[in-house]
Design a protein around this ligand. Sequence first.
Ligand SMILES: [Zn+2]
Length: 419
Amino acid sequence: MFDLAIDGALLRGRRVDVAVRGTRFAAVEPAGTLAGAAARERIDGARFLLRPPFYNAHTHQAMTLLRGVDDDCALMDWLRRVVWPREARLTAEAVYAGTRLAILEGLRSGCVGFNDMYFHQPAVIRAAAEMGVRARVGLMFMDQVSDHIENAAAWALRDGLPPTIGLSLAPHALYTTTPELLRRVAARAAETGLPIHTHAAETAAEAAIARERFGFGSPIAYLDACGLLRPGTVLAHCCHVDDADLALIAERGCVVAHCPQSNQKLASGVFPWARAAAAGVRVAVGTDGAASNNGLSMIAEAKAAALSAKLGAGSPDALRFADLDRAATEVGAAALGFPEAGRIVPGAEADCILVDLENPAFAGGGDPDANFVYAADSACVDTVLCAGRVLMRGRRVADEAAILADARRAAESLRRAAD
Ligand SMILES: [Zn+2]
């Protein structure tokens, strides 16, 4: 007896039957093969494209509550003047409400996992666990801030976390930390085996700080000297990198979380995808926080990643769709610490989405998977599964009305506190 069967959906150009048992795919067979097999729940896949879901490789989920506070500002000024004073007033309840809102928005675009770096981490863990998505929750390190970083409280939860949630060590960036703090984080990563997640080489201003304050030719060289470039380290942005930096990132086994819309909106720079891929760097895709994007749709982010790579290299074949698709799904899952998710094959973790082919984006022909990323939007994502659980069906997510009401309340009290 299977827990769930999806009959006759379109997977990579062929019709298949898929069965789920527990948290994993038990069978992926040509359509019709599993028609007689018993299953507790069945979905008719005839009108659906079946795909691996997205995994958001870099975000600050609860920044949904800061969306739109200032949309025309460069990173350093934006952080100091706009973001940090508001974040100082965030409560655990607000972070919980903002994170749930972000997870809802992610699910609607077909995203089932996120790599987070934010405050009040126990609230982030609670939101992810309750909504059934995968999360890698960062223990935050910043020199100037300590009162609402709840690293100890999150660390205390580590043995009771569900298999869909893990922790990381997340020093914010080189300009908010001392070298001593970064070295301590690197030592702790070596000791605990936890992956590192940090902003890296995002802006020209950050590159200047690496040179002038720390005496290094590049942010990547400096972060490596502090010991942060380790296997599995996720480096967000990497706009200001040369070929030596890219070779080092590849050699150390790090992953770049490419955040093209945030990079464009803050005019931070362009991540050189084609040069990175040629150097052997693994690349995943992230939205960054909702205050610098401003949407959390991974469909839109994946398309922006392709456009940024093509325009940046001055060549339309700088990034092929198959490589983009793998980066936003399979590589993202691995970057979050779930190497057995992100592929629809027997034995893999049962994460997938069903996309409604009765949408204008699919009626004119062409590769349906490419049409999904390049022509469609969240409106055509019908069903989302994570670890065998149906988290969205017919575009409905559990507790939607409460999630929206709580987020409105939390945003309003944050706004009142700012006045
Ligand atoms: Zn970020």
